[in-house]
Design a protein around this ligand. Structure first.
Ligand code: SF4
Ligand code: SF4
Length: 709
């Protein structure tokens, strides 16, 4: 795991009246404990990984409370876990990154939403748009609508978020609909405080087990013929029950404006802070957050409550619906509601705001500014709005002027010393002999290989799907194709959708599995084959699994051994042996390894044991300044420096201070037959007598030779 949560675990134990201070996602975790959950699970993904990480770290507390914690193999297994709430009056919560995770979970989700739940079921999803997002840009809202699931989108302050966790469970129970809670990255990391309530031990859990299983009751199965009545039930009973709960408990906030209410804003709860900030900047809200115009802030965005929206729109000329992402589901529903109610209120939305992408402060300021200038008439202070727009233009112009000078491109890349980087260098070297191959890329840190200097990858179709996505490519290529998958992706679903399918179809092609030991891109959570886990893991071995499945051509190569990797790749691409060729590229995630070794080394130093700290360097007199090493390894620790030789103009390569001595640059220079300019230097703490004696001899010999010169 990328960090420890010792302090945060203390926060989870706070009792009634105590003040919780921390970040949003931890407040949500505390909200789960205050809601009496019996079980929690999920699959990691930004920005909700910390929820599961902290629960896993708090296993003592979970054990005391009788809460079952499951680190699920993928989002489908997390969604299926919610089945416990179908038959039993127990509350459960799972988490994942949407939209991709929801796609993976969708089979179980549809079935869960069809039967409905008895105990509250909550899915905490991370969903982002724009450049802060790491996955494709689609709205989870579509799933809420099509499957009749609740979608909660709380205002991003800790008290509201925690309240909405507790309400989400109650709402789920009142309506029998599973609930989803949408969190943007800013809400997950927002800092704040709230007054805690006591944690609630679940009535049923690992400390108080059911003595008997649930009675057989056919309507709790998502199976014909009851699926027909379940679908009717969604619209005839569940959605109306949800609307009644939302209305009765005032889950959506109506904030009265101070000016005559000809205009109004309907906002997704998660956007509330950003909208209010812009209103404040435009002089349309005071320092206490009281706006000039009426606002309806929807903490539950599905289902919408028609009475609330119609009552809000009734006395207004125009209402602007502010919803992030495409399509404009809320705006379309509201249009229908106002037409059905016979209102003449005009509904605006995507005609003033971008159809897609993130609604940042700047985006909202531009859209709101134009909306108010065109429609604010004599009720708003248009001069203040104009001044804000002008200020923004000036800032944008100033930023643009700064950008006129060319900036060096800074692409995302592998960490310094990453074990996956050498594999992409090896692929480039192998291609020199076998020719260019089709590369089917995947999700994970290895997707950095799609950026310069490697530029490897023809498609990315989903997590663990690289091998499956070249199924129709390979038979149509003269040269074998290459799929690259991480060990996380392999266990997530690649083992079945990729490997099993390829073998079953007697496929061909080459598969590289990056065996770094963790799902590194999401913060080094453990997977079934992880070696360094005290909590989870099965000791499963990827190689044994592949052999058992029938893979005949299988090699395991240490990733930093570039020459061996190049040879193995060439063999895989050219061998006459038919069938899938798998190379397990072995090398522990450098970030995780350094975190692990840092404390081990500190302990060794404290105890006076031998510790070696190594760095690589470039011999300035040998380096020719051709920079092939940089192009082939792409290590961020390699830069250029002025050539110390006055007779040579080309800058030489240099190794910066953050080098972790992975040895790749030296290996790469050797495998590519570049130059011998790389050297390794090691600083040894608490050296033994042999090393000390050797050092003395070497110093004397070098000194004598230098003197002789
Ligand atoms: S997190 Fe680990 S696997 Fe990912 S880029 Fe960094 S070192 Fe490589
Ligand atoms: S400079 Fe060389 S040894 Fe140092 S981290 Fe980069 S590739 Fe590894």
């Amino acid at each position: 795991m990328e960090r420890t949560f010792e302090n945060e675990i203390g926060l989870l134990r706070l009792g009634a009246g105590e003040t919780f201070r921390g970040e949003g996602i931890l407040a949500i975790t505390k909200g789960l404990l205050q809601s009496g959950v019996s079980y929690v699970g999920g699959y990691q993904g930004a920005p909700v990984s910390h929820l599961l990480d902290v629960l896993v770290s708090a296993r003592d507390l979970m054990g005391e409370m009788g809460i079952h914690v499951e680190s699920c193999a993928n989002e489908a297994s997390a969604a299926a876990m919610l089945a416990a709430s179908i038959n039993y009056p127990v509350r459960g919560a799972v988490t994942w990154k949407s939209i991709v995770g929801t796609n993976v979970a969708s089979d179980a989700l549809s079935n869960l939403a069809s039967t409905g739940v008895t105990g509250g079921a909550l899915i905490v999803i991370g969903e982002d748009f724009g450049e802060g997002a790491s996955v494709i840009q689609e709205r989870t809202y579509a799933y809420a609508m099509k499957s009749a699931m609740l979608l909660v989108d709380p205002r991003p302050n800790l008290a509201s978020m925690v309240d909405m966790v507790e309400h989400a469970f109650a709402l789920s129970e009142a309506s029998h609909m599973p609930a989803m809670m949408q969190l943007r990255i800013r809400a997950c990391h927002v800092q704040g405080e709230f007054t805690a309530r006591n944690n609630v031990k679940p009535a049923h859990g690992t400390n108080s087990k059911f003595s008997e299983p649930a009675d057989f009751f056919y309507p709790r199965l998502a199976h014909p013929p009851v699926i027909y009545s379940q679908e009717v039930n969604k619209v005839s009973e569940r959605i109306p029950a949800a609307r009644a709960y939302i209305r009765e408990h005032g889950l959506n906030d109506r904030i009265a404006g101070t000016k005559p209410s000809r205009l109004g804003l309907v906002i997704q709860g998660g956007l509330y802070n950003t909208v209010m900030r812009q209103l404040g900047e435009m002089g349309l809200a005071d320092e206490n957050g009281t706006p000039d115009i009426d606002i309806l802030c929807l903490n539950v965005t599905y289902p919408l409550v028609p009475d609330e929206l119609i009552a809000f729109a009734r006395d207004k000329d125009r209402v602007l619906v502010i919803e992030e992402g495409n399509p404009a589901y809320m705006e379309q529903q509201m249009l229908r509601m106002t037409v059905d109610a016979g209102l003449s209120t005009r509904i605006d939305g995507k005609n003033y705001l971008p159809e897609a992408g993130e609604y940042t402060g700047e985006v909202l300021a531009a859209g709101l500014g134009r909306y108010f200038l065109e429609n604010g008439g004599n009720i708003l202070d248009l001069d203040a709005i104009r001044r804000r727009m002008e200020r923004m233009e000036k800032v944008r112009a100033a930023a643009g002027a700064l950008l006129e000078a060319p900036l060096p491109p800074r692409q995302p890349t592998f960490c310094t010393g990453c074990p996956e980087r050498p594999v992409f260098g090896a692929i480039k070297l192998a291609e020199r002999t076998v020719g260019k191959v089709h590369v089917s890329a995947d999700i994970g840190c290895h997707a950095f290989g799609t950026f310069a200097p490697f530029n490897q990858g023809n498609s990315i179709l989903g997590y663990g799907l690289s091998l499956a996505s070249m199924a129709a490519v390979t038979p149509m290529q003269e040269r074998r194709s290459l799929a690259i998958m991480g060990d996380g992706g392999f266990w997530h679903n690649g083992v079945q959708t990729g490997v099993a399918s390829n073998l079953y179809n007697k496929g061909d092609g080459v598969l590289i599995i990056m065996n770094n030991g963790y799902t590194s891109a999401t913060g080094q959570q453990v997977i079934p084959s992880s070696k360094h886990s005290e909590i989870f893991g099965t000791g499963a071995k990827i190689a044994t699994t592949l052999e058992a499945m029938g893979v005949k051509w299988l090699r395991t190569v240490r990733t930093y051994s570039v020459e061996t990797m190049v040879k193995t790749l060439k063999e895989a691409f050219t061998t006459t042996q038919k069938g899938l060729k798998v190379i397990i590229a072995d090398g522990e995630c450098m970030l995780a390894r350094q975190r692990r070794e840092r404390s081990e080394k500190a302990q060794a130093l404290k105890e006076g044991r031998r510790v070696e700290q190594a760095k690589f360097g470039v011999d300035a007199e040998v380096c020719t300044g051709d920079h092939s090493c940089i192009r082939l390894s792409g290590c961020p620790s390699l830069g250029v420096a002025t050539n110390p030789d006055p007779l040579r103009k080309d800058p030489i390569a240099e190794v910066k201070q953050d080098c972790v001595a992975c040895g790749l640059c030296g290996e790469m220079a050797h495998a590519a037959v570049l130059c011998p300019s790389f050297y390794r230097a090691a600083r040894i703490h608490n050296a033994g007598w042999f090393e000390r004696t050797l050092h003395r001899i070497r110093t004397r010999v070098i000194g004598a030779m230098a003197g002789a010169a």
